[in-house]
Design a protein around this ligand. Structure first.
Ligand SMILES: Nc1ncnc2c1ncn2[C@@H]1O[C@H](COP(=O)(O)OP(=O)(O)O)[C@@H](O)[C@H]1O
Ligand SMILES: Cc1ncsc1CCOP(=O)(O)O
Ligand SMILES: [Mg+2]
Length: 279
């Protein structure tokens, strides 16, 4: 059966969404920086990883969008994220804020609040990180989401919490990722249902989603459609990797194959496999 989300966005999805190669400025963490850069290249975007505020003014003149990721903080990175976000606000450059490990420290929560207060177009994290943002109890551990934040009741509670935030900030699209992805703007809420459990088991999948969303903002999609396209595309790449793999599929092979699919599936009618529903 055709997903109501595919039906609603059919005309857009059938255009070549990957045609334009946006230049994406990423300020991200050392752990997964190479995965994010390659995920962008594999999907016909151009990454530039640049952390030094002395070159931001020039870089901002060339880029299409900005990715800010809280994964691995330092005093310098803290400053650099804030400076870049302020510049993005001044130049109205689309920005994705990735709230990695939000429950882990007060430092992350304070910085995230400051960044969101200044500016944001898409604000994302895993389901546990987004529960922390909403002031709900969170069962995340470090940078990973917790299973009890992924039940139907928890998803409903998070959706309500994000709707409250979106009413106050109607320009922002909020995304919580996990087995079900919760997407909320001031007038639309939906749950996306693609993906496979292996995607939670190698590091950097959330960061890759953040990078991909940024690339679709840089191609001119609205925040909501950029989120739907990026999450669904990556998750369908994951489903395809499992379907293609010889069982038992080791996680290193899964990682290789999902990355291969990032470069391959865009030539196919991947969007017909989108699963999800409006809430
Ligand atoms: N158990 C799962 N089943 C299906 N998809 C998943 C699962 N866990 C994560 N994903 C997908 O993997 C990507 C990264 O999500 P997640 O693991 O929540 O992020 P993070 O790495 O930030 O914790 C998202 O696209 C999400 O939909
Ligand atoms: C392990 C780790 N530690 C700090 S950032 C990071 C990577 C997190 O990547 P993701 O949230 O995309 O899995
Ligand atoms: Mg992860």
């Amino acid at each position: 059966m055709m997903s109501p989300i595919f039906k609603q966005y059919q005309t857009l999805l059938q255009t070549d969404l990957f045609e334009y190669a946006p230049l994406v400025h990423c300020i991200t963490n050392e752990i997964t920086i190479e995965s994010v850069a390659n995920a962008l290249l594999y999907t016909n975007a151009k990454p530039i990883m640049a952390d030094d505020p002395r070159e931001f003014e020039e870089i901002f003149q060339q880029t299409d969008a900005l990715f800010l990721n809280l994964g691995n903080l330092s005093a310098d990175r803290d400053q650099c994220l804030s400076i870049a976000n302020r510049l993005a606000q001044q130049t109205q450059k689309p920005v994705v804020l990735d709230l990695v490990g939000l429950a882990a420290s007060k430092l992350r929560r304070t910085l995230a609040q400051d960044l969101i207060e200044t500016y944001g177009v898409v604000v994302k994290g895993n389901l546990s990180e987004m529960r922390t943002l909403c002031g709900l109890t969170s069962n995340g551990r470090g940078v990973d989401g917790g299973a009890s934040d992924q039940t139907e009741a928890a998803l409903t509670e998070l959706t309500k919490g994000l709707q409250d935030l979106a009413r106050k900030r109607p320009e922002i699209c909020f995304l919580g990722t996990g087995p079900t992805d919760v997407v909320v703007t001031h007038d639309t809420s939906l749950w996306l249902k693609n993906g496979v459990p292996e995607m939670d088991q190698f590091t950097g999948t959330g960061d890759i989603v953040g990078g991909l969303i940024t690339s679709f903002l840089g191609r001119g999609l609205t925040p909501l459609t950029a989120v739907i396209v990026a999450v669904s595309y990556f998750n369908i790449c994951g489903e395809t990797a499992v379907a293609q793999g010889r069982q038992p599929l080791g996680l290193a092979d899964f990682r290789q194959q999902i990355l291969n699919n990032l470069s391959l599936l865009k030539q196919e009618q991947w969007y017909e496999k989108i699963k999800g529903a409006f809430k």
